[in-house]
Write a protein that binds this ligand. Structure first.
Ligand code: BV8
Length: 310
C-alpha cells in the first residue's frame, strides 16, 4: 500500500511537472468510463470476459452474423447513451481547452488519444480539435460496400431499426423500474449481461440510404484486424515525433493491451517524456516511485483526475 506521504510526494512532483509541461498527451481507455456505468473489456467484469471479441468485434464476425454483431453494438449504443460523462472526463476536457484558449498566455500543445468508442469525451465539452477517437465511435455508421463511402456521423438514434429496438439487456430492463437516483448509484460491480434477442436477417438491419443495392451499414468502429484511420494515426505520429518532444503522457484507465495504442507511451518515454498512470490496478514499484520518470496514482480515474489536474 502506498503511504499517504508517498502519494502526496508523487502528486506534488507530478503537478509541478504538469505546470511546466508545454506538450502533453493523454492516452485514455475503458477505465475512464467505469464511473459512468460502462464496463471495461478485460478483467473480472470485462466485456470480453462474458463473450469472445472474435465473435463480435472483427470483420469476419460481421460477415458471418451481422445480426448478432448489430445487436451487440446496438446494446452498447443504448448503454453509452444512458451514461453521462463523469468528473474524470470533465477534468480532461478542461485541460484540453487550456491549450486552445491561448489568451491565458500559457501555450500548451495537447492531444487526447482515446481508445473508447462510447463518445463520452466528446460529450464532455472536450476541445474538438485535439480529441482523437482512434477506434472510432459507436455513433458513427458506415456503408459496407467498397464502392460507397457513405458515413453517418454522430447518429444517436435508438433504435436504428425496429428489430434492434429490444437490445436492452436484462440488467437494464431490471433498472428501468428503478428511480433515476437509484440508477445513478447502480451497483457497477454487476457486469451487464448482453443476450442476443433473436436471429436477425439483413432486412432487419440498418441499410445504406445511398447504395441502390441496399448494402448494410456497419458500426463506425475499428475492429480487431482492421487498420486505424490513417489520417488520425499520421496526426498522432507527427505530434509525438515532431521536434518538440512530449513532456508528459497521462495514461488513464487502460490495460495497454491493444496495439497500436499501447505503443505511444514507450515512444514518448524514449524521447524523454514522463508518464503518469491513473488506474485502479498499478504495480507496487510504480506506486513506490521506483520506476524512472513514472508516477502512479491508484484509484478511480473519475476521482483522481479532478484532483491531479487541478
Ligand atoms: C491493427 C473498437 C493492423 C471496437 C477496439 C498479437 C499481439 C499483439 C497485437 C496483436 C496480436 N494479434 C492482433 C494484434 C493487433 C490487435 C491487438 O492489439 N489485439 C490485442 C487484443 C492483442 N490490434 C488490432 O487489430 C488493431 N489494428 O493492428 O491493424 C493492420 C494494419 C494494416 C491493415 C490491417 C491491419 C485494431 C485494434 C482496435 C480494436 N478495437 N475497440 C469495440 O470497442 O467494440 S479495441 C478495445 O480495446 C476497446 O477500444 C478498448 O478501449 C481497447 C483497449 O482496452 P482498454 O481501453 O485498455 O480496456 P481494458 O478493459 O483492456 O482495460 C481497462 C483498464 O482500466 C484496466 O487496466 C483496469 O485496471 C482499469 N480500470 C478499471 N476501472 C478503472 C480503471 N482505471 C481507472 N479508473 C477506474 N475506475
Amino acid at each position: 500500500m502506498e503511504s499517504e506521504q508517498q502519494m502526496s510526494k508523487q502528486l506534488r512532483e507530478f503537478q509541478e511537472h504538469l505546470k511546466k509541461s508545454k506538450k502533453i498527451v493523454a492516452l485514455v481507455g475503458a477505465g475512464l468510463s467505469v464511473s459512468s456505468g460502462l464496463p471495461t473489456f478485460r478483467g473480472s467484469q470485462g466485456l470480453w470476459k462474458n463473450f469472445n471479441m472474435i465473435d463480435l468485434a472483427t470483420p469476419d464476425a460481421f460477415y458471418i452474423d451481422p445480426g448478432l454483431v448489430w445487436q451487440f453494438y446496438s446494446w452498447r449504443r443504448v448503454s453509452a447513451l444512458k451514461a453521462r460523462p463523469n468528473r474524470g472526463h470533465l477534468a480532461l476536457s478542461k485541460l484540453s481547452n487550456l491549450s486552445s484558449n491561448r489568451d491565458n498566455g500559457k501555450k500548451v500543445d495537447y492531444i487526447t488519444i482515446t481508445q473508447n468508442v462510447d463518445g463520452l469525451s466528446s460529450r464532455s465539452n472536450h476541445c474538438k480539435d485535439n480529441l482523437y477517437e482512434i477506434h472510432g465511435s459507436l455513433f458513427n455508421l458506415k456503408c459496407t460496400s467498397f464502392m460507397c463511402n457513405y458515413v453517418d456521423r454522430n447518429n444517436f438514434k435508438h433504435p436504428l431499426t425496429k428489430a434492434l429496438a429490444d437490445t436492452e439487456d436484462e440488467y437494464e430492463k431490471k433498472n428501468r423500474k428503478r428511480t433515476l437516483e437509484e440508477i445513478e448509484q447502480q451497483d457497477l460491480s454487476i457486469s451487464p449481461q448482453f443476450k442476443p434477442v433473436v436471429q436477425l436477417t439483413e432486412s432487419d438491419l440498418p441499410q445504406c440510404p445511398v447504395c441502390k443495392d441496399g448494402s448494410l451499414l456497419r458500426p463506425g468502429v475499428v475492429w480487431f484486424g482492421e487498420s486505424l484511420p490513417l489520417n488520425v494515426i499520421t496526426k498522432i505520429d507527427n505530434f509525438i515525433e515532431s521536434e518538440t518532444p512530449v513532456d508528459l503522457v497521462l495514461v488513464i484507465g487502460t490495460s495497454g493491451t491493444v496495439y497500436p495504442a499501447n505503443s505511444y507511451v514507450d515512444r514518448i518515454k524514449l524521447k524523454g517524456g514522463k508518464v503518469a498512470i491513473f488506474n485502479t490496478d498499478i504495480e507496487e514499484d510504480i506506486l513506490q516511485g521506483k520506476v524512472k520518470d513514472t508516477w502512479g496514482f491508484r484509484g478511480d480515474a473519475a476521482e483522481l483526475l479532478p484532483v491531479a489536474l487541478e
